[in-house]
Design a protein. Structure first.
Lengths: 185, 149
């Protein structure tokens, strides 16, 4: 049998051009900011920049969305969100953006992505991640979504997680900045 | 975790100041002292309540790629297949889920091509098809989990 990868089109948006100093900065803080009174000055000392230069570059990297945000990165499970359901929806292409935007506005929806269908095995094109303290809370949130966004006639499935094998922290390689483990693909 | 810890987590999920004394500025907004904020962040990290304090990058802007991939793995082969998949440093997460598609993993790679290489390699080594499901559009960016008591 010819074992293959089912469609392998991985989108590649145009990367932002970073100079060597940006790369040094991004690499230096990838595992976290110093927990010190003047973290940006301390980072600057490590990479040979003034505090002002670090601040200026970080502001630009945020503006360019290279850095999505600065702040705390939480662990769901340890915060008491023990149920984690990926809910997938089969939404007609012409209304998927409208419904995706509606779903993405709810506070309990932590991710809302459009992905390709893999017919005939996989008909779903909208993926939402819903965390909750338990299954009942997740299920009632999904009911609420269905009502508020008009999803009553939309086919969907809920995939609860059973085991988490791996959740790594930031891993960057040296030569260039490798993708950060942000949260979801 | 007490009310102040929860306030810190809820507030600092949406941003952190870029200025000379950012912890002082953030602490003032939270109504606590700079030293207390630093101490509490250290403790939350040590207790594993937080995985990190710092930047969240958008991999695609750095030339890298993310992708979600799924497999339908027979129960008796599950642990062996998981071992193969988890052996790749590019695999950032791997979850077992209750579905015929029961293995879901996220690849974080330096280049888009590498996603396809790793998936092909996993398919070859396990003898099972790998369904690549890259993100086409994101309808929501933030992460707003509320830490409550």
């Amino acid at each position: 049998m010819d074992i293959k990868v089912i469609s392998a089109i991985t989108p590649s948006p145009t990367p932002v051009m970073l100079d060597d100093r940006d790369t040094a900065l991004v690499t230096e803080i990838q595992t976290g900011l110093p927990l010190s009174v003047t973290p940006y000055a301390d980072v600057g000392r490590q990479v040979g920049m003034s505090e002002a230069e670090v601040i200026k570059r970080l502001e630009r990297l945020l503006q360019q969305r290279v850095i999505k945000r600065l702040g705390v990165v939480v662990r769901h499970h340890e915060l008491g969100y023990r149920a984690n359901a990926m809910t997938v929806w089969n939404i007609p292409d012409e209304i998927v953006s409208e419904l995706g935007s509606c779903i993405g506005r709810f506070e309990f929806v932590t991710l809302c992505y459009r992905r390709p269908r893999r017919l005939p095995d996989w008909p779903y094109n909208l993926f939402t991640m819903i965390h909750g303290r338990d299954r009942d809370e997740v299920l009632s949130n999904i009911q609420l979504l269905a009502q508020r966004c008009g999803l009553a006639s939309i086919q969907y499935e809920i995939l609860f997680s059973k085991r988490r094998f791996k959740q790594r922290g930031a891993i960057y390689t040296t030569s260039r900045v490798a993708p950060q483990a942000v949260r979801q693909g | 975790m007490d009310a102040i810890d929860r306030d810190i987590i809820n507030t600092l999920q949406s941003g952190f100041p870029i200025c000379e004394r950012p912890y002082a500025e953030a602490a003032a907004a939270l109504g606590i002292e700079e030293a207390e904020l630093l101490q509490r962040l250290k403790q939350l990290l040590a207790d594993n309540k937080l995985s990190r304090f710092g930047p969240m990058y958008q991999a695609e802007k750095l030339g890298g790629a993310f992708s979600l991939a799924a497999m339908q793995v027979p129960e008796e082969e599950y642990d062996n297949v998981a071992q193969v998949v988890n052996s790749y440093p590019e695999v950032a997460h791997n979850y077992q889920r209750e579905h015929a598609f029961n293995m879901w993993f996220v690849l974080a790679t330096e280049t888009p091509q590498r996603v396809d290489e790793v998936n092909a390699d996993i398919a070859r080594r396990t003898g099972l098809p790998v369904f690549n499901m890259p993100k086409l559009k994101e309808y929501y960016v933030g992460l707003r989990l509320t830490a409550e008591s």
